[in-house]
Design a protein around this ligand. Structure first.
Ligand code: ADP
Length: 328
């Protein structure tokens, strides 16, 4: 059976890009894979400038959002990365076998470092810590969005390199983890320019109120060919259509495609229908989040239990790694 691990940064609120690209899939996967591990990767959130009080708050808020979205502590394991010290221990070990050139080639590194005057080492070695996050639990399946596919290639290479050097040829120790993508593998921001991302400020928060979501949807970019309401559009090039595919039932998606391409609906009508279907899914999530905020002890209990479970697995992995590497 697949061993599932995935992580999310507490660098801001959970947005619908994270939700559709990863978290909604996590909620489904935990049904068939009760041992799935989901991690709030707080160490990964330290590479930019940040305020410790804000990080503490966001870590808590991320736990609220994930539990509200449907992560069930009775089925899956939810915890914060920094509460299991073996993550950084294994990351150091992987640093000693990861080629520098591979890290410098990573698109996300090139992109993020080009926007900074002084680049910290952690931004470069981020995928090494990510490899450690996954391999610490010997996970072979990682449900993520498309932006993480290249990092996972690196995790596979790290696993291969470590196995080649320290494991018997016929009994590799680390699996080679593969991404598990959803049909909505890459959600664009409402500006239609770049992927929806906390760092780009183009997100819709999972817990935003209906009015606030509508205020963002209304001016959102659509098919540029639809200058006037009577101009027919091409649904596939429109970001709003892709959001319909994620939120609206199939008959509605078919209707949207037809009404857009025949100009029977204007973009505002199309957005109103989308908003309705988004609300149908998001209102219960917002309600659960409000309940959880009233009961912080439930969140602490879920995270503490997750830490305990993960520490046990992590200690066992590190024991075997150290043994194989001559560190015992
Ligand atoms: P962000 O990119 O907003 O900083 P994270 O790096 O914490 O978010 O990513 C958490 C998860 O959400 C990852 O699995 C990532 O692939 C997924 N994800 C992030 N942005 C998007 C998006 N725009 N579309 C689809 N999936 C996404």
């Amino acid at each position: 059976m697949a061993r599932i691990f995935s992580g999310i940064q507490p660098s801001g609120e959970l947005h619908i890009g994270n939700y559709l690209g990863a978290v909604r899939n996590w909620v489904q996967l935990q049904q068939a894979h009760p041992g799935a591990i989901f991690c709030i990767v707080d160490y990964h959130a330290l590479t930019g400038n940040y305020d410790p009080a804000v990080l503490r708050q966001r870590r808590h808020e991320m736990a609220v959002s994930l539990l509200a979205a449907g992560i069930d502590p009775a089925r899956a394991t939810l915890y914060a990365q920094s509460t299991v010290p073996e993550h950084t221990e294994l990351a150091w070990i992987f640093n000693t076998i990861t080629p520098l050139g591979e890290l410098e080639r990573q698109t996300q590194y090139k992109d993020k470092s080009s926007r900074q005057e002084s680049v910290v080492v952690g931004l470069l070695t981020y995928p090494v810590l990510q490899a450690a996050d996954i391999l610490l639990y010997l996970a072979d399946t990682v449900p993520v969005g498309e932006d993480q596919v290249q990092h996972l290639e690196l995790s596979r290479e790290v696993a291969r390199k470590w196995n080649a050097r320290f494991a018997p040829e016929d009994a590799p120790f680390f699996p080679e983890p593969k991404p598990l993508l959803t049909p909505t593998r890459r959600i664009m921001g409402l500006d239609g320019q770049a992927k929806m991302s906390k760092s780009m400020g183009n997100t819709i928060g999972l817990l935003e109120e209906g009015d606030a979501i509508w205020a963002k949807l209304r001016p959102a970019v659509t098919d540029p060919a639809r200058v006037r309401k009577t101009d027919p559009g091409t649904p596939e090039v429109c970001n709003i259509y892709h959001l319909h595919k994620a939120f609206s039932p199939p008959p509605v998606v078919a209707e949207v495609a037809e009404k857009c391409s025949t100009a029977a609906w204007g973009c505002i009508e199309c957005k109103k229908v989308l908003h309705e279907h988004m609300e149908a899914e998001l209102v219960p999530i917002r309600r659960r989040a409000a309940e959880l905020r009233e009961a912080p002890e439930l969140i602490t209990a879920a995270l503490d239990a997750g830490t305990e479970t993960c520490r046990t697995i992590a200690r066992a992995t590190m024991g075997r790694v150290k043994e194989a590497m001559g560190l015992t």
